[in-house]
Design a protein around this ligand. Structure first.
Ligand code: DP6
Length: 359
């Protein structure tokens, strides 16, 4: 498919007003997206687990109006009008306007809330942007009722990507690939797609306990972070590494080999941080407690043989990943040994989920 395939060509139906609500999850990348080209095209393919509990619930109210040169919308976050989020949505609307030519013919009210604590350091752009994209697709489906489910989901992911790259991986459930990879059929730079091959049952309900180490404002926005990959001395090697790790992961996901899984996932997390440490300017996004946790996980794994591992986003929080049948053991370990490193003792228990839902 090409971007042109997402431009509507039929005549829209006349819809005067309506309302729709979507619940869309966050996701955690196993192979990381870090670096992008023009138009939100990723520099390398990535794959993530869709989460179950960390999600945004977003309602879009729309009312037909006389078209003007501007977008007309208000944004409410957790019940309060949020001006500082508006430029992000404005930019999103600008990026998607050619694919959603009806945008300026409506006025919108967008109401959003997250299931995870505000400013927990958990990126809400993936769940938030994918939820708005899905709401817009529901409007589009009313305008063009002939739209089929496959197109609906692809375009929702395509639009979400234009809001935030990782949001493209928050439409489908399970494991989602975004970015063209030579060994993954159907993979595309334009949208995320559910991982198309066999997945061992151990990975179907994998657990992710998110340890909130630092809930502060992000030190580096992901936009700035992605930019640091332009002219980065190790960029080409990093992009190749992501391709190679994804190739290896295809086999591991089928075989259920957790020790290989751990090697890939932890190396990806540390490589992402290594990129930030070796860019110009350079950043250290881990905190002392992030390292304490990583070391404790390594000791616990060695002593017990339990296949628990970590991954990181572009921040200090730690995602602890493990099979469901080890839940009791790992939660006990977390409570006894890791909670002391969390801010206010806070952590969130999540697991692989089934993707976005309309309410
Ligand atoms: C470290 O999707 O937040 O979480 O496209 O600029 O909105 P933008 O970036 P964003 O980047 C996420 C990067 C990451 C890794 C990942 O989720 O793959």
């Amino acid at each position: 498919m090409t971007p042109k395939d997402f431009i509507p060509i039929q005549e829209p139906k006349m819809i005067s007003s309506g309302k729709v609500t979507w619940q869309s999850p966050s996701n955690i990348a196993l192979v990381k997206y870090w670096g992008k080209k023009e138009n939100q095209i990723p520099a390398n393919p990535s794959i993530s687990f869709t989460l179950n509990h960390c999600k945004s619930t977003t309602t879009l109210k729309f009312k037909k109006r006389k078209k003007t040169d501007d977008f007309a919308f208000n944004f409410f976050f957790e019940g309060k009008e949020k001006e500082d989020f508006k430029p992000k949505i404005e930019k999103f609307f600008e990026r998607i306007e050619s694919y959603c030519p009806y945008l300026k013919e409506y006025e919108f009210e967008i109401y959003s809330e997250n299931s995870f604590p505000h400013s927990s350091g958990i990126a809400s752009s993936a769940s938030g942007m994918s939820a708005i994209a899905l709401c817009l697709m529901s409007l589009e489906k009313e305008l063009f009722p002939e739209i089929e489910e496959e197109y609906f989901n692809k375009k929702a992911s395509f639009l979400a990507r234009l809001g935030s790259g990782s949001a493209s991986r928050s439409i489908a459930g399970g494991l989602v690939v975004w970015g063209t990879h030579e060994n993954i059929e159907g993979s595309s730079d334009l949208f995320g797609e559910q991982f198309p091959y066999k997945v061992n049952k151990i990975f179907k309900n994998y657990q992710d306990t998110i340890l909130l180490v630092d809930k502060g404002e992000k030190q580096v926005s992901s936009t700035v972070g992605h930019d640091l990959m332009h002219g980065h001395p190790f960029a080409a090697q990093r992009f190749q590494q992501a391709h190679d790790n994804l190739s290896k992961l295809v086999n591991v996901l089928e075989s259920g080999d957790t020790s290989e899984f751990i090697k890939i996932v932890e190396s990806e997390a540390l490589s992402l941080h290594a990129m930030m440490m070796s860019s110009q300017p350079y950043f250290i996004l881990m905190k002392p407690n992030t390292l304490e946790i990583i070391n404790k996980i390594w000791v616990f794994r060695k002593e017990t043989g339990i296949p628990v591992c970590f991954t990181l986003d572009a921040g200090a929080n730690v995602h602890v990943l493990y099979p469901e049948d080890q839940k009791d053991n790992v939660l006990e370990f977390i409570k006894n040994e890791l909670v002391v490193y969390c801010q206010n003792g806070q952590y969130i228990c999540d697991q692989v989920g089934s993707g976005a839902k309309i309410l």
